[in-house]
Design a binder for this molecule. Structure first.
Ligand code: PLP
Length: 538
């Protein structure tokens, strides 16, 4: 067995900006757990030299973007060969960089594909340059490099691949390379491929006009492509579903939604996880090492977290929280304290995540919160998402306007580093997506490894993990998800939470412990990767 994992973005650590959010982080965590579990897996992605941007906020509260040049040489090694594919009838050369630092012995290599080579035409050098390429033409070229170029690179570097795992439809053109390899035998291609979809709304699936696809991909397109990828547009998800032996969504609910969206396909689900060793902070690592030392290899032993003394948990959480609060104060001068109940909301700023839901009744919040609740917000908007940018501006300006009524800070430049600090330090992690848009979500899982508590809409992973008021708080139920219902429920939860935190610390600690013991044994990528192994890889 040998698995090739293809992903348009992979987030390994804060120094390598080749990710833009949840999909990339999940891919990185998948690879890390595969390495820890000694699975024969290799990964392929693109090398963006202008990747994840740096976000600053100007005095008007507007997001500004900086794209510093990423020099890969400090982190990975260029391999001494190229592969060549045809794009629009031209030869495009692809260089390959090898990153070999994952796992204790560097067992899982990650291959980064790079078209920024002097022998390429200037426009082709730009194909892999930007993570946010923007238009459909750049996008389909990038997907051709990933799928077809990645396939050719592995043919040379990693013979004997038994399964190609397409993480999202972006990688689907590898099936076109496989079709050529097998003289158009679709059944043979299907036997080689599995597919994970991450997108619960039709508009989120990449679709290309056949005019564009024929122009860019030319002879790679099989004659019957419309019967595999859709009559009117080339739908990458449909193509991937048609040419995979197995497909899955990333939570139970997302599996259901995907089956409704693509009837006739047998789509299962494997709920996402996080790499526990990457997301547990120093304080809780020390605690778990002392009381449950097997947790590093077997995170499921954290189910025994009730054996850890209350004082030790309180102390670890206090230290992690102090790190967060001093950073917030240093960048904002907000004067937050280590004692107040701290709630974080950090995720991509985009309409469906409803970042401003908690501000729907400001008077209520003013009464509840000053000197009792501290709110920390973070998140980037996609450079072309104006409504996401307006959300950021609204939050920044609320914090300024109501300085004396609300403790609220927006911290710029959410990334792996800031996500670690926030998920490790916060008391509560808030999430208010419009169901079922959050296919899974993963940031809330990071919180559980650090004694934090989730308060979230019952979407994605949280719908499976939540025991309301026992290991966290549910916003709403499985029925009504209007903004009004969600907001009113959110305020009830907040009331309950503030009372518990200040008046009943023993109860609070019990919920913290349940958050660790109930959730972290399950919602980690060791469990997830083993599920992929047993259901799909073997
Ligand atoms: C974990 C993580 C995400 C994914 O979080 P969601 O819960 O899906 O919003 C996104 N960005 C960064 C930087 C992360 O660390």
């Amino acid at each position: 067995m040998k698995i090739a994992y293809f992903s348009m973005e992979i987030g390994l650590n804060e120094n390598i900006p080749t990710y833009s959010g949840g999909l990339g982080i999940l891919a990185g965590d998948h690879i890390k757990s595969a390495a820890d579990l000694n699975l024969p897996l290799v990964a392929v992605t693109l090398l963006y030299k202008r990747g994840y941007f740096i976000q600053t906020i100007n005095p008007m509260g507007e997001q500004e973007e900086l794209y510093p040049y990423f020099d890969p040489r400090a982190f990975m090694e260029p391999l001494p060969f190229k592969v060549t594919i045809q794009i629009e009838g031209r030869d495009v050369n692809i260089g390959v960089w090898k990153y070999n630092q994952i796992g204790l012995k560097g067992r899982v290599p990650v291959y980064f594909l790079d078209t920024d080579l002097p022998i390429n035409a200037p426009e082709d050098r730009l194909i892999t340059q930007f993570l946010y390429g923007g238009d459909n033409h750049t996008r389909i070229c990038q997907e051709a490099v990933l799928g077809i170029g990645g396939y050719l690179a592995l043919k040379r570097l990693e013979p004997g691949i038994t399964t190609f795992h397409m993480n999202e439809g972006h990688a689907v053109f590898l099936t076109l390379a496989l079709l050529r390899e097998f003289d158009g035998d679709e059944e043979k291609v299907r036997q080689k491929c599995i597919f994970t979809t991450h997108t619960p709304v039709p508009a989120g699936h990449d679709k290309f006009s056949y005019g564009l696809a024929e122009k860019v991909l030319g002879r790679y397109l099989p004659k019957n492509v419309r019967s595999l990828a859709g009559q009117d547009l080339l739908n990458t998800t449909a193509l991937a579903l048609n040419l995979s032996r197995a497909s899955n969504g990333v939570s139970e609910l997302h599996g259901e939604v995907s089956r409704e969206m693509f009837p006739g396909f047998n789509i299962g689900h494997i709920t996402n996880g996080v790499h526990h060793l990457s997301w547990t902070g120093a304080e809780f690592k020390a605690l778990f090492d002392a009381y449950l030392p097997a947790w590093r290899e077997q995170p499921q032993v954290l189910a025994e977290a009730h054996c850890i003394p209350d004082d030790a948990i309180t102390e670890a959480k206090g230290l992690a929280k102090k790190r967060l609060i001093s950073y917030i104060n240093s960048v904002s001068g907000a004067g937050f304290t280590n004692e107040q109940l701290t709630i974080c909301f950090a995720r991509r700023a985009t309409a469906y995540k409803r970042a401003t839901l908690i501000f729907s009744d400001l008077e209520y919040l003013f009464n509840l919160s000053f000197d009792r609740v501290q709110l920390i917000f973070a998140g980037k908007a996609h450079p072309q998402d104006d409504s996401g940018k307006r959300l950021i501006k609204e939050i920044v300006n609320l914090g300024k306007q109501y300085e004396n009524k609300l403790r609220l800070v927006f911290v710029p430049n959410y990334n792996i580093w800031l996500a670690s600090l926030m998920t490790q330090g916060t008391d509560v992690w808030l999430n208010t997506p419009r169901r079922p848009r959050e296919a899974s979500g993963t940031s809330g899982m990071k919180v559980c490894f650090n004694g934090g508590i989730n308060m979230s809409v019952l979407d994605g992973w949280w719908r499976e993990a939540c025991r309301n008021r026992i290991n966290g708080w549910a916003i709403g139920d499985d029925e009504d998800d209007s903004d009004e219902a969600a907001a009113s429920d959110l305020y009830q939860d907040l009331d309950d939470m503030v009372t518990t935190y200040y008046a009943n610390p023993k109860q609070w600690l019990a919920i913290m412990k349940n958050s660790i013991a109930d959730i972290s044994p399950v919602f980690n990528t060791h469990r997830m990767v083993l599920e992929y192994l047993h259901k799909y890889y073997l």
